[in-house]
Design a protein around this ligand. Structure first.
Ligand SMILES: Cc1cc2nc3c(=O)[nH]c(=O)nc-3n(C[C@H](O)[C@H](O)[C@H](O)COP(=O)(O)O)c2cc1C
Length: 273
């Protein structure tokens, strides 16, 4: 038995205490992992529901209600961004963020829109939103790109006409609250509803991409396509504008959207990519 006040006893007690505490913390982390993962998934699904405007107040939905809405109305599908084809037999665990970091899978971000990120995933999940009759009404697409301080991650919902925005949400970013953080402001988000992605009556090609954020207010000719810039957050606004153009370009969802449009036999002659 060591004397109570000895140096050796003090060390022994602190070491035992450290081991006990680290065991407690690590077992709590392991035990809570499944719950954390479920909450993360629910948060993502809540944002998809918000982008699609399926309910008035997505924040009020319980986990069970989100799961039910997803089971009844939303189908998740994996898309090969280069070909625009759905990937059959996709691994449900495929993680686009991991793929964008993996040197064996990642694809360089090229083209005229610099989203401040060097690589993207080759395939990503899209969400087909159906009405009560089971017909696809809108599609929710994941988007991301650099703002001032951070990469902003969000979802944009487009109508079945494959030209009109139905909603936009950002669920993860590190922009300044009150400045770039205003991307989350419901008033600003509501301005996106009804905006056109490409020039009306023109093909869905990079040349006719018009969607974006104006500096200040858009001039009348661009009002069908652009929303007001966020005041005091020109760099975040520009980031949102560029990421939208990139993700709707031939480097992003362009091939996918054009493939759907040609399948639909779009009557406006705008199915070329
Ligand atoms: C503390 C601090 C936080 C800022 N946060 C942001 C931001 O989140 N997004 C942004 O675009 N600009 C932010 N800015 C402003 C930028 O530094 C830059 O001045 C601004 O985007 C340029 O806008 P302007 O052309 O309207 O002056 C911040 C500035 C300061 C001092």
């Amino acid at each position: 038995m060591l004397p109570k006040d000895s140096m050796a006893n003090t060390f022994l007690v602190s070491i035992v205490l450290c081991i006990v505490c680290s065991l407690l913390v690590s077992s709590a982390a392991v035990a809570l992992k499944p719950r954390q993962e479920r909450n993360k998934l629910l948060d993502q699904q809540r944002n998809i529901i918000a982008a699609a405007g399926l309910v008035e107040d997505p924040a009020a939905l319980s986990g069970k209600e989100i799961e039910k809405l997803f089971a009844d109305r939303i189908e998740r599908k994996l898309v090969d961004l280069q070909t625009g084809e759905f990937v059959e037999g996709a691994d449900p665990k495929y993680d686009p963020r991991k793929a964008a970091k993996d040197p064996r899978q990642r694809v360089p971000v090229e083209g005229s829109f610099d989203i401040g990120v060097r690589f993207r995933e080759p395939m990503t999940w899209v969400y087909l939103v159906k009405n009560e009759q089971g017909e696809v009404e809108q599609i929710v697409l994941p988007i991301y790109g650099m703002g001032l301080w951070s990469v902003l991650y969000g979802y944009i919902a487009i109508d079945k006409d494959l030209r009109t925005v139905r909603g936009l949400t950002f669920y993860e970013h590190g922009e300044t609250p009150g400045l770039g953080g205003e991307v989350e402001n419901p008033v600003w988000k509501a301005k996106w509803v009804g905006k056109q992605i490409w020039e009306e009556g023109k093909p869905r090609t990079d040349e006719f991409l018009r969607i974006g954020v104006a500096k200040g207010s858009p001039p009348p000719a661009l009002q069908p396509y652009q929303v007001d810039g966020l005041s005091g957050a020109t760099i975040t606004s520009r980031g949102v504008s560029t990421m939208l153009q990139y993700w709707f370009s031939s480097q992003g969802f362009g091939p996918f959207i054009n493939r759907l449009a040609s399948q639909q036999g779009a009557s406006d002659g705008s199915s070329q990519s």
